[in-house]
Design a protein around this ligand. Sequence first.
Ligand code: HEM
Length: 489
Amino acid sequence: YVFQLLDDRRRRMPPGPIPLPIIGNLLDVARELPHRSLARLARCHGPLMTVRLGTLVTIVASSPSTAREVLQTHNCSLTGRSPPDAWLALGHAANSVFILPPGQRWRTLRRIGTEHLLSARQLDGKRLRPLLRGAVLDLVRRVSELAAVAAPVEVGHAAFAAVMDLQWRAMFSAGLDGAAARVLQEASRESVKLSLKPNVSDFFPAFATADLQGMRRRFARVVAVVYRLIDEQIDRRMLDRRGAAGGCSPARVEKDLLDVMLDMSERGKDDGAVTVNRDVIRTFLTDIFLATVDTISTTIEWAMAELLQHPDSMRKLQEELRRVLGSKADVEHSDIDRLPYLRAVIMETLRLHPVVPLVPNEAEETVEIMGHAVPKGCTVLVNLWAVHRDAGAWPEPDRFTPERFLLRLQEAGFLGTTEFQFIPFSAGRRVCLGLQLATRMVHAMLGSLLHRFEWTLPQEVKENGIDMSENLGLTMVMATPLQAIANSA
Ligand code: HEM
């Protein structure tokens, strides 16, 4: 290891903590959740740092300026991915938009997702817009039912169920019956939880075939449940289409994402040169589904937890909603421009609780960042969580203060990604595909929940305080699901 350190120095790699033989810096990193321990290490070793996770050489960017180097200046060379071992289960990684390297297949999938579901034009169009509104009303109905019997609301759980139903309808033009919804909710929560859990197989690829923690097997088991339900939709649709082609049933007027992909698969290709077969369709729909359900509901849950701890912000937000919406019952996308405090609350929530706190890329070629070498083949992590709490960029970085965004909003609009101080959806070639859907749904759902209900904490939580600790899988969720009492406003 002394030789290794000397070699690192000779190659001008970024500084970092001294690694132990074999395990490298795993003990340093495993002390807390990785985004927190890496932020702590970066405070000693700098905003561009080398850590060794087992045999994995990892360069971590933890400040706005180093994030910009990775996500903008050298983005073309730093957007590779190597699949986490668990994702090899059922061949998922081979067609996954999260995992594919930035080649033609990945580009094609991103284009299909954007053109046929996730662009602003699609979401505000006549097929999807009513579905988005329906999901907000569905969430309000779920909460009303609990409010009527004075039962606590599991905020994240209720939002998850409404968003899950929305995405199923958007992809398949079909609702989920109660039993399927329960199975799917369980399986998707578990898949998301397992997908990026620290795994020995990733740190020591030589042992990966043994699957020592059983992560690949467990991931395979839960993803198989999601696959089965998606396969049922594909089979049913193929039958319908055959019936329509034979004149036995009416053809569908409005094409959904499944129709569009089946059209491509019948032609053998999409418009480019990538084969869209059943494996590709199943994996893509699974990815889009999993990316949607957890991220949106988790952001709403974190926002509600912050507001319940900051009654002044809660009051200010409810006053704004009353003033702007009046007797209108729920928030729609078209209202958002007139609700700056709602937007500021959501931005501040995403700053403190970015649901994807670490973005893992792979260097496809060696680049130089701030006088240091980032060698080809190493993992490059952007620690969004650390960037969002950078003391140089954010005074009192750990405080929930939506007001800090109000001025920025007047100047810059919603995202301000060009500054790289606030990048909850990341940036560059792999920027989040669901940004438009996420911003619409988080604003509409959170705004409507605050406009329609008064919120308090159950007595026990009031006495002990909200547990704000985190759990990290594919997304960073609340370790203890938030419970709150809703009363109709
Ligand atoms: C509050 C909600 C959300 C946040 C904060 C968020 C954040 C992120 C982040 C940080 C990334 C990593 C980007 C990178 O690798 O540089 C990502 C990737 C991605 N997100 Fe989201 N996301 C959200 C919601 C959604 C939704 C609703 C979808 C629905 C389709 C979605 C689909 C994706 C996909 C497909 C990728 C992978 C892109 C790629 O690797 O090419 N996300 N997201």
